[in-house]
Design a protein. Structure first.
Length: 401
């Protein structure tokens, strides 16, 4: 059986839902951009050992070297996927992808090291070592990262000695490529972690707001019912005592209990209705904050003074219009105008992200159609227009509703 809090709609506080939409959109864009930049830099490094396959004249070593490079690239992609997976933090434990990358790196030494070396034309494994050094900031921290770099450079020196290459060339390539990639990747990773922390902070704030709202509702219900329930309990005890000796007085007490219970129930219903009647101004403030955080400039124009109570009927329209904007358009600016007169309240939501696809411009598709039906019950209207390069949702509700 639903609780009073559930009836009040407190299980999903609307402003929190809006925050999650905006933050998630920014989070996805940041993640995509970060991963793209890191992948481009590392792929450019992995491409260099492939040159050794071109200059390599021995077919067997071409095959072995290609297998080593392919295994390293696959393991690197797996490790990057795990590092930038949505929802992952810096939790403890060794990832399987990191173990696979270490194994692929070790296997690449005998497979890629000799490629291109006999002719002296290309230091294939030195370039691969540079990529290893460059990826260290993404996967390791502190002493482990330093140790990994030292081992990689030492291995590059060992490969140079084993294949008869220039030790100086191997070390210079490893360090120059590695340090360049490490600095770039470290900067990208730092920015990514800031985005993750900001997202986690928004979620924590949303959970805290929901908890505070539930506690506030619980306190209000306690204040409303505490006294009445205490009186009802006392009168019930009195009616029980009077029943054997004075049936008339016991009946009077029972009638009083019934009256008190009805009054308490009415108070709770009014409180729940007050929670459901979400203020339009509060929702507009929440929407403006969410749109700003999602990179959409939002201008809100409101009349002076208090809005009529019927303005709360426009809140679902506002949510649906902004949800459509965030999910289905590339808007950069949104304008929300609210006008109130003695006859009606009118809200106009306009954005410049109208889609050019005809199948996405149905003026009453999905949510808007349902909202039009709901407003029609109180004499209101919802009209959507996707012409003139903008998308506009106009909703009206009569003050008499």
């Amino acid at each position: 059986m639903p609780s009073a809090a559930d009836d009040a709609g407190l299980g999903a506080v609307p402003p929190i839902a809006w925050a999650e939409v905006g933050v998630d959109a920014a989070y996805r864009r940041a993640r995509t951009g970060t991963v793209a930049l890191v992948v481009v830099m590392l792929v450019s490094g992995v491409a260099m050992p492939v040159v050794g396959l071109v200059v390599e004249e021995r077919p067997l070593w071409r095959v072995l070297g290609g297998a080593g490079i392919a295994a390293f690239t696959a393991a690197l992609a797996w490790a990057l996927h795990d590092e930038f997976r949505p929802g992952d933090g810096d939790g403890g434990g060794v990832r399987a992808s990191s173990v696979a990358l270490v194994a692929a790196t070790v296997a690449s030494v005998p497979l890629v090291g000799p490629v291109g070396a006999p002719s002296g034309e290309w230091e294939s494994w030195a370039w691969l070592a540079g990529v290893v050094v460059g990826v260290v900031p993404l996967l390791l921290r502190g002493l482990a990262a330093v140790l990994a770099v030292v081992v990689t450079v030492a291995t590059a020196v060992g490969v140079a000695l084993a294949v008869g290459g220039s030790v100086l060339a191997y070390v210079v390539i490893t360090l120059s490529v590695g340090v360049t990639l490490a600095l770039a990747n470290g900067l990208q990773l730092g920015m990514w972690r800031l985005v993750v922390q900001a997202r986690d902070g928004q979620e924590a704030r949303a959970r805290l707001a929901a908890t505070e709202e539930r506690l506030r509702f619980a306190r209000d219900v306690h204040d409303l019912l505490g006294h009445d329930l205490s009186v009802i309990a006392l009168k019930a005890e009195l009616a029980k005592r009077l029943a054997p000796v004075d049936a008339d007085r016991a009946g009077e007490q029972a009638a009083e209990i019934q009256r008190l219970a009805g009054a308490a129930l009415e108070q709770v219903r009014r409180a729940v209705h007050g929670y459901r009647a979400i203020d339009l101004r509060d929702q507009l403030d929440a929407v403006r904050h969410v749109l700003d955080s999602a990179g959409v400039r939002c201008t809100v124009r409101l009349p002076e003074g208090e809005l009529p109570p019927v303005a709360t009927h426009l809140v679902p329209v506002l949510r649906e219009a902004v949800t459509n904007l965030l999910r289905h358009s590339r808007a950069v600016h949104c304008t929300i105008d609210v006008e109130a007169s003695a006859e009606q309240v009118r809200m106009v939501v306009t954005n410049d992200g109208v889609s050019t696809r005809t199948d996405e411009r149905d003026p009453h598709s999905h949510g808007l159609r349902g909202l039009a039906d709901r407003l029609a019950e109180v004499g209101g209207t919802v009209v959507a227009d996707g012409s003139a390069g903008t998308f506009t949702v106009t909703a009206t509700v009569p003050v008499a509703a």
